[in-house]
Design a binder for this molecule. Structure first.
Ligand SMILES: NC(=O)c1ccc[n+]([C@@H]2O[C@H](COP(=O)([O-])OP(=O)(O)OC[C@H]3O[C@@H](n4cnc5c(N)ncnc54)[C@H](O)[C@@H]3O)[C@@H](O)[C@H]2O)c1
Length: 342
């Protein structure tokens, strides 16, 4: 079945409101989750939502309250997320980084004791909308073994970079693993295999079975280069921001454990380095050069195409996910038949 963007937002906010989540937090969670599905990152869209419901039920995600700025300078801040929704804390952290970059040219906000925040690119998009460059890094529960090893020590450690332009949406948003863990969870739910060269089983052998892969490890993208990048992100989004690192990172995949991951948000304000309009024109000039060859895409093109498609055609919900929503609604004594009919 398919649902519309408005239906996705309303079902998420309704369930969160019923679970006593503050309206502002619920609105941001719904907004970021919908952004993932519209852009085609279904591994981090509504399919991930039942995990947040489990987190709320087990007390690892706090429905209300506020984060705390633990330390601050004109251009930096460290935030304690107080175990609120990761989407809310990252949204507020990005707002703060943008404010700092407006004043000083650069804003850097580190976050610890927050929760899974969905798609990294939502937050770098916020910088783009202020004519600035946004960089977002996070670490996650271990899923990736170092090259040569078979025990997961690194997370799927996403990176997003968004750049303002006059003509294009310019954004890279990706896991540093060959596959996001959410894609494995999605394959299990849908009874599908995963592509080759993505994961190893617990014995270190290649596997296309997502359940075996979840017991084993996901490969880094791009062989040693992806490993090296994930390694660095583990440090940038770990010890640098007072968060856990390596096997100490918990709670991004298992919602019943308190989350110890970290986020690093950096905003660069081009207008403090020169004329921002000249900068954006040069970005467009570069893109024109890249796109001079037919069928060449830039980072961000897929998302633009997907948003258009999903706004027009709706968002696919598989049978198992549909059933998960019916179960959640039944437990909360909610009527969701207008969206998920029998
Ligand atoms: N919250 C977390 O802990 C966490 C962890 C891992 C991943 N994620 C999220 O998962 C999502 C999916 O990650 P993924 O690794 O599966 O993404 P992916 O492999 O689909 O790669 C997406 C990126 O590649 C770009 N791209 C795709 N085809 C291209 C082409 N032909 N030319 C140029 N660029 C192209 C896209 O524009 C996009 O920026 C991301 O939103 C990421 O933030 C979140």
């Amino acid at each position: 079945m398919k649902i519309t963007a408005e239906q996705e937002k309303s079902i998420i906010t309704d369930i969160l409101t019923k679970m006593d989540v503050s309206p502002e937090h619920a609105e941001i969670v719904a907004e970021v989750t919908l952004d993932a599905d519209l852009k085609g990152f279904t591994s981090h869209g509504i399919g991930r939502f039942p995990q947040y419901v489990k987190g709320l039920k087990s007390g690892t995600i706090k429905p209300r309250g506020d984060f705390e700025i633990e330390s601050e300078t004109d251009s930096t801040a460290i935030i304690n997320g107080n175990h609120l929704f990761g989407h809310y804390v990252a949204y507020k952290g990005m707002e703060l980084a943008i404010e700092k970059a407006k004043e000083t040219g650069i804003g850097l906000v580190g976050i610890h004791d927050s929760n899974h925040f969905g798609v990294a690119g939502y937050y770098s998009d916020m910088a783009i909308m202020s004519d600035m460059i946004g960089l977002v890094f996070a670490n996650t529960e271990p899923a990736v073994a170092p090259i040569g090893g078979k025990i997961p020590i690194l997370g799927t450690n996403p990176i997003a970079i968004g750049v303002p332009s006059n003509k294009h949406y310019v954004s890279v948003d990706m896991a540093t693993s060959a596959s996001a863990r959410g894609k494995l969870l999605e394959a299990v739910r849908r009874g599908e295999q995963i592509p080759e060269n993505v994961a190893l089983d617990a014995e270190g052998n290649p596997t296309i079975d997502p359940e075996e892969a979840l017991k084993g490890s996901i490969l880094p993208f791009g062989a040693h280069k992806g490993y090296a990048l994930a390694f660095m992100i583990e440090i940038l989004a770990g010890p640098l921001v007072k968060a856990a690192f390596g096997t100490g990172v918990k709670g991004t995949a298992n919602p019943e454990e308190m989350c110890t991951k970290g986020d690093l948000l950096i905003v660069i304000n081009p207008s403090q380095l020169g004329d921002v309009e000249v900068f954006k024109d040069q970005v467009d000039e570069f893109i024109a050069e890249v796109k001079a060859t037919p069928n060449v895409f830039i980072p961000g093109d897929m998302e633009v195409r997907n948003v258009k498609k999903h706004m027009e055609e709706g968002i696919e919900i598989d049978d198992k996910l549909c059933q998960q929503f019916k179960d959640i609604a039944k437990e909360l004594d909610m009527d969701i038949k207008d969206i998920f009919s029998d």
